[in-house]
Design a protein around this ligand. Structure first.
Ligand code: HEC
Ligand code: HEC
Length: 335
């Protein structure tokens, strides 16, 4: 056992001190059948990936947006995100549902509230919108594979903004002269030949919002662990991670976001009950849970019923371990 670990070449990177911790961890592990941190990391990297650091995220975002004047675009997205012109009655903005703190988008999710005023709140729980640059599918139903296409629909959703048409969005932005300046600034360089071109378009509005959202990301202890710090997750959290993989949670919750890739039927013949497995990053902060916000406690969300309505087979002790691991997905600082 010990020999196997020592032959792992990356071990050279660890200090003598952490080797000691590692080896003593191995002897303790013999009774509890827990893996060493190194083995666990190797397993985990088959299913997950660390989130990129800010700089890498930003570069990726620039490459994605295909727009010359990227900083202006991101700034404009941020302004739009807070602007209540983007709601029918001028009372709400994106940030009211997707609570974003300190401009670094620590999102808290709430059940969406009644935008239309007709007593009909949005039928879905509001997801956290961090790390959108890495999501594979958008919305609870997972119908959109591009952030832009999701936002384009969301912006005209009667339960979200209540604005009836693309033209109505443009008219609203036209009413504020500073948008004229900002849109021209952001998009002019990409298309210098077209004199008198109108830059305030629906697509350009959506692109700015998407560009801003792609800059909002997080870093948490799980990232540190995947990047090589054995002690970033406690022993309990490491056991939880191991169980998370063993119990098959990774079938649906994998990748850098531990979710957003698969869409599954929640166990009835009813095709309207198909949902995307959500990201579990920051899940310790995002109560209430599930598409309808029906679950308040993380323990209960972990026990959610899947696959033919069968309750998942987890003991109370296993739920506690997994929960402890999931708290390791909470970003550090900025709270
Ligand atoms: C009334 C509350 C509300 C407002 C206002 C609102 N949203 Fe949402 N948002 C939601 C809900 C609810 C969902 C889930 C909808 C669904 O899955 O169909 C969502 C989903 C999203 C998602 C997809 C997240 C994911 O995990 O896939 C993005 C991106 C998003 N909203 C961006 C915005 C932007 C940009 C604005 C401002 C134009 C905005 N939202 C305004 C409630 C709101
Ligand atoms: C077959 C795919 C699948 C598997 C396997 C699976 N999940 Fe999920 N998970 C989902 C879907 C889909 C949802 C959203 C369900 C809903 O909205 O009603 C979800 C929601 C969750 C949530 C709530 C997240 C939120 O923000 O609302 C948690 C926590 C969670 N799963 C943890 C787990 C754990 C722990 C395991 C392993 C024991 C697991 N899941 C196994 C598909 C899966």
């Amino acid at each position: 056992m010990i020999r196997t670990i020592l032959t792992i070449p990356t071990l050279a990177r660890y200090s003598a001190f952490s080797v000691c911790v590692l080896l003593s961890g191995v002897s303790a592990a013999a009774e509890t059948t827990t893996m060493s941190a190194v083995e666990l990391r190797q397993q985990a990297l088959k299913h997950f990936a660390p989130l990129p650091h800010f700089k890498e995220r930003y570069e990726r975002q620039q490459a994605d947006s295909h727009v010359h004047n990227n900083a202006t675009l991101v700034h404009m997205g941020k302004v739009l995100f807070k602007d209540s012109l983007l709601s029918l009655r001028g009372k709400n903005n994106c940030r009211q549902c997707h609570r974003v703190m300190d401009d670094r988008a620590v999102s808290y999710t709430f059940p969406a509230f009644d935008v239309s005023g007709n007593g009909q709140p949005a039928p879905y729980n509001t997801p956290a919108i961090k790390n959108m640059a890495l999501a594979k599918r958008f919305g609870w139903r997972g119908e959109h594979e591009r952030l832009e296409s999701f936002i384009a629909e969301h912006l005209l959703d009667e339960n979200i903004t209540g604005i009836p048409s693309e033209e109505a969005v443009i008219r609203r932005l036209d009413s504020n002269p500073s948008y004229d300046v900002a849109f021209t600034e952001a998009y002019r360089d990409d298309d210098p030949d077209q004199k008198g071109k109108v830059y305030i378009t629906y697509d350009n509005t959506v692109r700015a919002l998407a560009a801003y959202l792609r800059t909002a990301g997080s870093q948490d202890p799980f990232d540190d662990f995947l990047n090589g710090n054995d002690k970033a997750l406690s022993k309990t959290q490491q056991q939880g991670l191991s169980l998370f993989m063993e119990k098959g949670c990774v079938t649906c919750h994998s990748g850098a976001l531990l979710g957003t890739e698969t869409v599954v039927n929640l166990g009835t013949a009813d095709e309207t009950q198909r949902f995307r497995a959500p990201s579990l990053r920051n899940v310790g902060l995002t109560s209430p849970y599930l598409h309808d916000g029906s679950v308040q406690r993380l323990d209960d969300a972990i026990r959610h019923r899947l696959e033919g309505g069968k309750a998942s087979t987890l003991t109370e002790a296993e739920v506690r371990l997994i929960k402890s691991f999931l708290y390791g997905l909470t970003e550090q600082g900025q709270l």
